[in-house]
Design a protein around this ligand. Structure first.
Ligand code: PEP
Ligand code: MN
Length: 361
């Protein structure tokens, strides 16, 4: 993408701190709630105040946001605290109202990034804007949709762009509300190195006790900021109650996170090393997940073999698999010897598991 260099500058123009911290409730509920939380956050590391006023919920019938009246409350936040303000926009009417009411940062939610129709409507409505626009990843782990959304905005001459990584929904339940799939965020960062990348640990985790660790991983991966949902009374929040933290907890989290500094050469080296190590950790987790999944399938095959009275070891199939792995490995610059060692170990573990099943009565 041409002109990428311009995009990062909004972080510097605003002299926003590193990392950029966006805090505030999932939803604006009442004027009192919005102003109370803003005042509790105003002397912290938070420089941008978030509150959703149009809330696209997955299922209808829940609280769907206070609507345009919330824009006045955000204006008051800016007057009273000096914090910048941010809200989600999902159609052209939202864009018009948010710009008219001088919201500083508009973000595009995960349920919008999934739809090229919505992204094009938003890009047309925002064309040429000087506002900062942040694009959340789509709900599903689809790299192209995320890239495509950014490209549509860029084509509409929107220059102050950034990304928010909020995790991806998966059919299989994990400990996360939305699986981080860090490798997708890393890939997008590599494609658009000049777009600031902000992590939203609240929507990744869905539960407040995981927010610290996810935030630390994001900082280790060299993310530029964090968006953390915060509420003065999290348990009684009208949306996303389980994942919100109090302003004082948010301040504590920011105090305890290790932020890597980018100034000296030595710091730059440590920073790079830390980021590469964090990428290795992500890759190792992915390997472990894949191995766990493979062994589960092997166990199911074991049960099937037991029911049908078939021997565990099927040499012909195994030799075919190995041959294919050696070829696929070559494409990835993995030596034959390495592939043989790794897959023999994996195969042995599968055999052990299946043996156990077959020998159990
Ligand atoms: C939100 O930020 O409150 C929100 C609705 O997020 P997402 O689009 O990531 O689900
Ligand atoms: Mn939320």
């Amino acid at each position: 993408m041409e002109n990428k260099k311009n995009m990062r500058t909004w972080l510097n123009d605003f002299e926003l701190s590193h990392p950029l911290v966006i805090g505030g409730p999932c939803s604006a509920e009442t004027e009192e709630q919005v102003l109370k939380i803003a005042n509790q956050l105003k002397d912290s590391d938070v420089s941008v105040y978030r509150a959703g006023i149009w809330k696209p919920r997955t299922r209808p019938g829940m609280f769907e946001g206070v609507g345009a009246i919330g824009l006045n409350w955000l204006k008051k936040v800016k007057e009273q605290t000096g914090l910048l303000t941010a809200t989600e926009v999902a159609n052209k009417d939202h864009v018009k109202l948010a710009i008219e009411n001088d919201i500083d940062i508009l973000w595009i939610g995960a349920r919008s990034t999934v739809s090229p129709f919505i992204m094009q409507e938003l890009a047309d409505a925002l064309a040429g804007t000087e506002k900062i626009i942040l694009v959340k990843n789509p709900v599903n782990p689809d790299l192209a949709l995320w890239l495509g959304g950014v490209e549509r905005l860029h084509s509409a001459k929107i220059r102050k762009l950034g990304l928010i990584h909020r995790g991806f929904s998966t059919y299989e339940k994990t400990k996360y509300r939305n699986n981080p799939e860090w490798q997708i965020a890393i890939e997008v960062k590599n494609r658009f190195p000049d777009l600031p990348m902000i992590c939203d640990p609240s929507h990744i985790s869905g539960r407040r006790d995981l927010i610290f660790d996810i935030s630390q991983t994001a900082l280790d991966l060299n993310f530029d900021g964090l968006m953390i949902e915060s509420h003065w009374d999290p348990d009684n929040a009208w949306s996303d109650a389980k994942q919100q933290v109090t302003p004082s907890r948010l301040i504590e989290i920011m105090r305890d996170l290790k932020v890597r500094n980018k100034t000296t050469e030595e710091e730059a080296y440590k920073n790079k090393l830390g980021s590469l190590r964090a990428q290795i950790d992500v890759a190792d987790q992915t390997l472990l997940d894949a191995l766990g999944k493979r062994m589960k399938i092997a166990k199911e095959i074991g049960l099937l073999k037991k029911d049908n009275n078939v021997a565990v070891l099927q040499n012909k199939r195994w030799n075919e698999i190995l041959g294919k792995m050696i070829l696929d490995g070559q494409e990835r610059e993995l030596s034959e010897e390495f592939i043989l060692r790794v897959f023999k170990a994996i195969h042995q573990e599968s055999i052990n598991k299946q043996d156990k099943i077959l020998n159990k009565n």
